[in-house]
Design a protein around this ligand. Sequence first.
Ligand code: FAD
Length: 294
Amino acid sequence: MRFIRDIHAGKEAAGKPTLSFEFFPFKTPEGEATFFGKTLPSLMTAKPDYASVTYGAGGTTREKTLEIVECIQNDFGLTTMAHLTCVRHTRAEIGGILDEAAKRGIRNILALRGDPPPGENWAQTEGGFEYASELVTYLRERGGFGVGVAGFPEGHMDCAGGREADWRHLVGKVNRGADLVITQMFFDNADYFRLAGFLREQGVTAPLFPGIIPVSSAGQIRKFSAMCGATVPEAFASRLDALGDDAEAVRDCGIDYATAQCRELLDRGAPGLHFYTLNKSQSVLRILDNLGLG
Ligand code: FAD
């Protein structure tokens, strides 16, 4: 499998956006059967450039994440990045996970600090890493992996110094050797363009891939945005509320919103699109179809 930075360089040279899909480890055998039997095959029709698979809080999905990445790569021929967090891991454990990842043919890692378990504040594990930037350095010293990091168009929730202080930490992560940045979900493109402008001014050339979530439920998006600090604009929230329990209308509204968001992002120079698929295909495929990328 290839480094994502090389895949992106090829797309950029061809004047095309880099398209990626994010998945999370399923919890049941039925979930697995649906994912590999239906969801992924239908998403593959959009010819994604790469995928990524999340890593559960506290390493709870460690084996699963690596297994799923390996399966997607081997059975579908799609380069896939494994997310990895510092939560409850020592440096030695991280080294072991990376050995295992390398054995499974994984070549790209999204280096994250991770969130503390629910109800707890972030605390560095003894013998572990405090910030994602330290994991980036560790990955670079070790070699053999392409490295991605997370970026926050509205600033990260824990950053006491505010948005720009967080963005400066992001610049630090990239300068330690990250090849690419994937953003947290956002609903106001102005936030993305502000971060992109800041990174440009700081001399960062790594691509900033916007993270897009197709909204399919008003309640769900409120929960997600509260968890990750993404603001849902009032007008969009009211539109969703007005649709009440009409699931199809809410989904259509989410598709229209994300289509408009993606269109403007690409028109104004975003290097690609990263979809938070929530292991579903329908909305993503319709958005790509609307954009002429299906
Ligand atoms: P860091 O870059 O370490 O930043 C954490 C906080 O510390 C920020 O507030 C930052 O401003 C601050 N900071 C950084 N460096 C310094 C410094 N030197 N001094 C002082 N403060 C500093 N979570 C999961 O558990 N599993 C996943 O699979 C997962 N995937 C994600 C994918 C994407 C694309 C995104 C955007 C997020 C994902 N997350 C995931 C969530 C992420 O782990 C959390 O948001 C976490 O709280 C921050 O991770 P980070 O890697 O950005 O941390």
